[in-house]
Design a binder for this molecule. Structure first.
Ligand code: AMP
Length: 541
């Protein structure tokens, strides 16, 4: 090999915020604070605080490779933690506050977190499990002296964030890291067994951020004001905590305030042009806009992912608000970007209906994401938009093995099984038809629960719906729709089934509808079908 003659720069994620500070220093990071009210800081000042924090963490004795847990909303302080912790060679471990207590203590113990950085909101959550956290030596509360709660009940040291960094120097000599060094850790709550950790590296995050900055991916520039609703504790914040500062965009963060009214106020006042969140958050915003006859003229587009985006949501954004919805698909194991559904030239030739059908798909793979669909024997299936099978992926920001696991998570040819079932059409556009475990098999025929749900929630009087397979004497399984009504509405079962029947074959239409008060959700806000299946498994028997 003849080595190239170029400069050697190992990737350290801190270079992203350093770049933002030096070249977009005046650009703001705006947060709707936990305590209420707006906080503003620019990238230059934020980077100074990142360096102060790195010094403070050194003083606490936190070393390279140590895991530091964060349980926090999206905020400028949380962002500072991400960069200071990773930049100094430690590992930033985001904890999802919606986890059940025993999942939480399993994760903290498994990751052997030495410190926890916590928003005041979550101190009670930590207090609840602290006696079971074997490795935690101290807690840092993300607040100022004035807002510091009473922490006398804790037997370990509790530090106030602002007090801890205030006298530290705003200079720091960042270490030269091996670019493959771990930067951050995020657990994914598996459907079976214990949660599993995905350990990202500086390299994987850096490549992911560079890829996601492309015009055909997140399509953002330094002119954009980006509303980051997707929580930093979920799926690596879709890479946006790195991607937005990298291009010098204004970063607007919701803090804990993710209801329709708060999101509307923040996005309007900060003239947000782009945003990203899971469908449930957008339902809240759209309902609020409808109810109050409001518009969102600044918003150009939003990417939506995490679960399938119903057609009705794409149309509401489009027709009523002039906002382009771009569907994205990915997973914690993929950093998380997998595919995104941006237009191709052939879309111009399509009728409205045809175009809508394409827009409801999950999209084309980003650069450095390879994918294929396979049958149960592992044979690759054709890309014809019809054949469907298990979706396998490969690439430099996709997990190789779970944290502390000996065995690889890949098959012999290096593919990772996403657990999703999908088809891919001749243009390379992928469509998720189901989670492997959620597919319904009725009389030997597959029914996509996602498809049925998407149609059902188009019913104006339904808030959310889940389609599950329920034991059936004759057909083995039959679909059952479990739904929550829109507040103040009382739709008939038949009107919902008629709507589903208008778009699906007769045998795919659920045999019945059950109304419940509240939909069980997982810690990441997705419909949790496990309790529904357990409760209704004998409904048709
Ligand atoms: P998580 O790691 O919690 O983000 O979950 C990843 C899983 O969410 C994927 O494997 C999919 O099952 C699901 N998912 C993410 N985005 C989409 C999407 N746009 N449409 C359908 N399912 C999605």
């Amino acid at each position: 090999m003849i080595p190239g003659n170029m400069q050697e720069h190992g990737f350290n994620l801190v270079s992203i915020i350093k770049h933002a500070a030096r070249w977009h220093g005046h650009v703001e990071v705006v947060t709707n604070k936990v305590e209420g009210g707006i906080h503003r800081i620019n990238y230059a000042d934020l980077y100074d605080r990142v360096k102060k924090l790195a010094n403070a963490l050194d003083k606490l004795g936190l070393k390279s490779g140590d895991r530091i847990g964060t349980m926090a909303w999206n905020s400028w302080r949380h962002l500072e933690c991400w960069y200071a912790i990773a930049g100094k060679g430690s590992i930033c471990h985001t904890l999802n506050p919606r986890l059940f207590p025993d999942q939480l203590d399993y994760i903290v113990n498994h990751a052997e977190n030495r410190f926890l950085v916590v928003d005041t909101t979550f101190l009670p959550v930590i207090a609840n499990v602290i006696d079971r956290l074997k490795t935690v030596e101290g807690i840092i509360v993300l607040t100022s002296k004035d807002n510091m709660p009473d922490t006398s009940g804790f037997k370990i040291p509790v530090h106030c964030y602002e007090e801890m960094i205030k006298d530290e120097p705003s200079t720091y000599d960042w270490p030269t890291l091996d670019e493959n060094a771990a930067s951050s850790l995020c657990y994914t709550s598996g459907t079976t067994g214990n949660p599993k950790g995905v350990l990202y590296s500086h390299r994987s995050n850096m490549i992911h951020a560079m890829v996601s900055g492309g015009a055909d991916i997140f399509n953002m520039t330094a002119c954009d004001s980006f509303l980051m609703i997707v929580p930093m504790f979920h799926a690596n914040s879709w890479g946006l905590s790195f991607g937005v500062p990298m291009i010098g965009g204004k970063l607007v963060m919701t803090g804990p305030h993710m209801d329709g009214a708060s999101v509307y106020k923040l996005m309007t006042e900060e003239k947000c042009t782009v945003s990203g969140a899971v469908p449930t958050v957008w339902t809240g915003l759209l309902d609020y806009l409808d109810a109050n006859d409001l518009k969102i003229p600044h918003l150009r587009e939003t990417f939506i992912g995490g679960s399938a985006v119903p057609r009705s949501m794409i149309e509401r954004f489009d027709k009523d608000y002039g906002v382009q919805v771009i569907q994205a698909w990915g997973m914690t194991e993929m950093s998380p970007l997998g595919t995104i559904n941006r237009p191709l030239p052939f879309w111009d030739e399509l009728s409205y209906e045809e175009r809508m059908a394409v827009r409801c798909k999950q999209g084309r793979p980003a650069f450095y994401v390879d994918m294929k669909i396979v049958d149960d024997d592992g044979n690759e299936l054709p890309r014809d938009g019809v054949a469907f099978g298990r979706l396998l992926v490969k690439g430099p920001f996709i997990v190789e093995r779970y944290y502390k696991m000996e065995e690889s998570a890949l098959d012999d040819d290096g593919w990772f099984d996403t657990g999703d079932v999908a088809n891919i059409d001749q243009y390379g556009i992928m469509q998720i038809t189901d989670r492997a475990k959620d597919v319904i098999k009725s009389g030997g025929e597959w029914i996509s629960s996602v498809d049925i749900e998407n149609t059902a929630v188009g019913h104006p009087e339904l808030n959310i719906a889940a389609c599950i397979g329920v034991k059936h004497e004759k057909w083995e399984e039959r679909p059952l729709l479990v739904a929550v009504k829109q507040e103040g509405c009382d739709p008939s079962k038949q009107s919902i089934l008629d709507l589903v029947a208008s778009e699906h074959a007769k045998w795919q239409v659920p045999d019945d509808v059950i109304f419940i008060e509240e939909m069980p959700l997982t810690a990441t806000g997705k419909i949790d079908k496990k309790p529904l299946r357990a409760k209704y498994e004998n409904f048709y028997s």
